[in-house]
Design a protein around this ligand. Structure first.
Ligand code: FAD
Ligand code: NAI
Length: 515
């Protein structure tokens, strides 16, 4: 009889089999994802008898609503100046080319084309909402304009999900001279400007002061946007720029300015300290208790508060200035708020109730950064709110259908007296179903934790898990950060492209050419 294989050998054989099966399963899943993306089913045409549900925006709130909404229940119309969804958590990585911008964009056309019933999309900006007449005024602000580029869209139900704009607090010079980090165009502009500063600094006969200025990269705002960007920028310099242009090695400098006593105020004390010490190692200068008061084309003027409470003004020359001081309310939202008396005391956006209905209105809902529901303006909140509204609208449509069935059955009670008992039974069962469906609970946010990349392949995470919280930072957290964001990407296509970008930038380095 053949000799029995040793136990160790069988163990490795089983591991090999599992890997093999996993690879087959993974490839099949990927292939199915690609096939599904390229072969959408035929769609139902819009039914003019159904209600017009208009959604403003194609960001986190709007897209998560669209994803879960049964579009056959309504005539759905989406309006946004951006014809794609943007996966913002990886936007800081686009400023240095760790991830290419198209990898984190998902065309809205592909999202709407995969719904059961057709969804209309207009690439336009909503300039005004008239809640009295129930119409939205829209403008096509793109470079190519047709004969029709301004019009009105009527709605029966409206979801406002237009996000927020960059806060500048009216500080002089910020709008004119800073780069922001909210949209794809911002990331592209930053990427170009980093290399422009580097190339100009190495221009013939550049004075030492000018070289120092051009290579000083200033980030204002120590929230997660500022911290993640500063970390990505220092990585870009340490891992790539320095290799190709060694003569500027000791001149490139990143400074992060924050008005509060520490960066990342939403994270635990331990992670704030970890971030600050990692930045020190990376040679990023953090200036806390320092508020920027004025910006010119070449300098930042900031007021620093010393340990004794004494205030001093500092003038810092810069080459690149990235402004990341949070959110402000968009003009279209300010205008809507001014038309609704119940919104008079709201400052940070549209005050909504526990069902996300805009206070003082009946048929307008709001989600995400433009809504004030008592939560932080994050993608997590916006996407949970969008998903909640989808469930609410699906339920509303179902209950309306049952109500109309009950109405029909009640009318037939008088016409067909012979069947009274049977019809009454049916009505009772429908009413029971209706009560169950109508029992939809108010919106409840579940916080899954906060994650941020801090450079040098390290991340920090405050994660809620098994009813508890744990705070962690470092290299393993970085792997967790990468896998979490990868799983959150919108589509299989996004996931594949992001992984390829990560591999590409690791293998060949980031591209330092200035487009
Ligand atoms: P948005 O996603 O901003 O979408 C708004 C949409 O409305 C856009 O499509 C816009 O084009 C459209 N729009 C604008 N004006 C109009 C108009 N007048 N009419 C019609 N449409 C209009 N949150 C996290 O939870 N985790 C993270 O890791 C994270 N990382 C981030 C990184 C960066 C760099 C930034 C800037 C933000 C990050 N956030 C993160 C925050 C998160 O992106 C926002 O909270 C989220 O995008 C809010 O979703 P929203 O749908 O309200 O708005
Ligand atoms: P933020 O509002 O979180 O932080 C802005 C910071 O700028 C504040 O700490 C503020 O004190 C500071 N500031 C304001 N004015 C200043 C001045 N004149 N001078 C110096 N500092 C000044 O803004 P951020 O980072 O843009 O984030 C916006 C939202 O998006 C937040 O809710 C955030 O949680 C979320 N977000 C989450 C991320 C993540 O989870 N990884 C990443 C990026 C954003």
């Amino acid at each position: 009889a053949p000799a029995k294989k040793p136990k160790r050998f069988r163990f490795f054989r089983n591991i090999w089999r599992l890997t093999y099966l996993g690879a087959i399963g993974g490839t099949a899943y990927l292939a199915w994802g690609v096939w599904d993306l390229r072969h959408p089913d035929d769609q139902f045409e819009p039914d003019p008898h159904k209600k017009n549900l208009v959604v403003l925006g194609t960001g986190w709130g709007a897209v998560s609503l669209l994803k879960k909404l049964d579009t056959e229940n309504y005539n759905v119309i989406v309006i946004s100046p951006r014809n794609y969804f943007l996966f913002t958590p990886l936007l800081p990585s686009c400023t240095t080319g760790t991830v290419e911008h198209r990898s984190i964009m998902e065309p809205i056309r592909s999202i709407t084309r995969h719904k059961k019933a057709a969804v209309k999309f207009y690439e336009a900006e909503a300039t005004k909402i008239d809640p009295e007449r129930k119409v939205i005024f829209i403008n096509d602000n793109s470079d190519v304009k047709g004969a029709s580029n301004k019009t009105e869209v009527p709605y029966d139900m409206l979801v406002v999900s237009v996000g927020a704009e960059n806060a500048t607090f009216g500080i002089p010079g910020v709008k004119e001279h800073s780069c922001f980090l909210k949209e794809i165009g911002d990331a592209q502009q930053i990427r170009k400007k980093i290399m422009d500063c580097v190339e100009t600094a190495t221009f013939k006969d550049q004075s030492p002061e000018e070289v120092e200025r051009l290579l000083h990269m200033v980030v204002v705002g120590g929230g997660p946007t500022g911290v993640e960007f500063a970390g990505e920028l220092q990585d870009f310099f340490d891992q790539d720029i320095k290799k190709w242009i060694p003569e500027i090695s000791d001149k490139f400098k990143v400074t992060l300015i924050e008005a509060l006593p520490n960066v990342l105020p939403m994270f635990s004390k331990q992670l704030i300290e970890y971030t600050e010490s990692t930045f020190k190692e990376e040679k990023i200068t953090i200036m806390t208790k320092t508020a920027v008061k004025k910006v010119t084309d070449k300098t930042v003027e900031a007021e620093a508060t010393g340990p004794d409470g004494k205030k001093t003004m500092q003038i810092m020359p810069y080459g690149l200035l990235v402004w990341a001081t949070g959110n402000a309310v968009r003009p279209v939202i300010k205008d809507l708020m001014s038309q609704i008396p119940a919104q008079k005391d709201s400052r940070r956006g549209l005050a909504v109730n526990e069902y996300l209905v805009v206070q003082g209105t009946k048929d307008i809902w709001a989600t995400g950064d433009c809504a004030v529901a008592g939560y932080a303006p994050t993608a997590q909140v916006a996407s949970q709110e969008g998903a909640f509204l989808a469930r609410l609208f699906n339920t509303m449509a179902k209950s309306e259908a049952i109500e109309s069935q009950i109405h029909d059955l009640s009318s037939s009670l008088n016409i067909t007296p012979g069947n009274t008992a049977e019809i009454a039974k049916q009505i009772e069962s429908h009413e029971k179903q209706l009560r169950r469906i109508k029992d939809i609970k108010p919106f409840h946010y579940t916080h899954q934790g906060s994650l941020a990349y801090i450079g040098s392949e390290r991340a920090v995470a405050d994660v809620s898990w098994l009813n508890g919280n744990f705070a962690t930072g470092g290299g393993l957290t970085y792997l967790f950060w990468r896998s979490a964001y990868l799983s959150m990407c919108f589509s299989t296509r996004n996931r594949v492209l992001v992984v390829l970008d990560w591999l590409k930038s690791k293998a060949f380095g980031r591209d330092v050419s200035r487009e």
